[in-house]
Design a protein around this ligand. Structure first.
Ligand code: DHB
Length: 303
């Protein structure tokens, strides 16, 4: 096995695979399944101040080999209830946690950060949820993105990153404004707003009408975003969007990612997706003679 260890914001991870937010992240049990599947670090479901039920089904559309569109509507147990899940998880696993936070206002982010921000190892601000009202606004404005970053940084003791989406003018400018406001890392990218139509019913399939596109169709878009952000900021990037193999992960490292998120593929290959990606990545590195991941990060920017 090649050396897959990385350092992310001062944390040593056994491997660079990150459970993406939204999958297996809403309870201690689900998080444990991802930890057992081999993830290097786990991102929770985005947590809001109060419990949220989310959108009614249909809330997922499969696009087969292209991926899927989902509009869950951020169902989550709320900050108070989720703090208990984190406590339970902590007793079961040593795998570090990224606590993901979502909100409609700066105050929402601050409330959740105050309650559970320090219970994980890292905080990620979801500034790009496509499925709730105002969910993407923070990630579409350099002013709002930096304001929320700065204020959350003031009240938590752990590293704070921001998760950005592709549906913006210049993602690298948003990333740069967050770095300036004190962000410790960037996660790129969230899902892309998308639609599927039911031809028989002559209307959108999802109850929310639009949803977020994830999976293989998102990969080239995500790679372009990571590539542009790497040119603009110095803080590490967690790259994600359609990664389902070791070679997919290698593309993200070469584009500039320091770690890679795994999400949609878990629906088809299960929690062992982390082990699968790590084994394939290790094989690729050995074949090519890369001694460690640092040798690969940003390679596509040379020459
Ligand atoms: C949801 C939230 C997201 O940030 C996303 O990318 C996709 C779906 C949701 O819960 O609806």
């Amino acid at each position: 096995m090649a050396n897959l260890q990385i350092n992310l914001c001062g944390l040593t991870l056994k491997n660079p695979t990150v459970l993406a937010s939204g999958i297996l992240g809403d309870s201690a049990n689900a998080l444990k399944r991802a930890a057992d599947g081999g993830a290097g670090i786990l991102t929770t479901k985005s947590i809001t101040p109060e419990k949220k039920e989310g959108h009614k089904p249909p809330n997922i559309v499969s696009l087969k080999e292209l991926g899927m569109i989902n509009a869950m509507g951020l169902p989550n147990p709320g900050a108070e209830n989720f703090s208990k899940e984190i406590e339970i998880f902590r007793k079961q696993s040593e795998t570090p946690l990224i606590v993901s936070i979502a909100g409609k206002t700066v105050n929402d982010y601050l409330k959740v950060a105050e309650k559970i921000g320090n219970l994980g190892n890292v905080v990620e601000l979801n500034l790009s949820c496509p499925n709730i009202e105002h969910g993407m606004e923070f990630g579409q404005s350099t002013e709002l993105a930096s304001e929320v970053t700065k204020k959350v940084k003031e009240i938590v003791n752990v590293p704070v990153g921001v998760k950005l989406g592709p549906n913006v003018g210049k993602i690298e400018e948003i990333a740069a404004s967050c770095e300036k406001a004190g962000a410790d890392f960037i996660t790129a990218i969230n899902t892309m707003p998308a639609l599927a139509i039911d031809l028989e019913k002559e209307k959108p399939i999802l109850t929310n009408k639009t949803g977020g596109l994830s999976g293989p169709a998102l990969k080239p878009i995500a790679l372009a975003c990571v590539y542009k952000i790497y040119k603009t900021v110095k803080i590490p990037i967690i790259g994600l969007g359609g990664i389902s193999s070791g070679k997919d992960a290698a593309e993200f490292f070469m584009a500039g990612a320091s770690a890679v998120g795994i999400g949609t593929v878990i629906y088809t290959k299960g929690p062992n997706s982390f082990k699968i990606v790590c084994n394939e990545l290790s094989e690729f590195m050995q074949e090519k003679g890369y001694a460690n991941l640092n040798e690969m990060i940003g390679l596509a920017h040379k020459g």
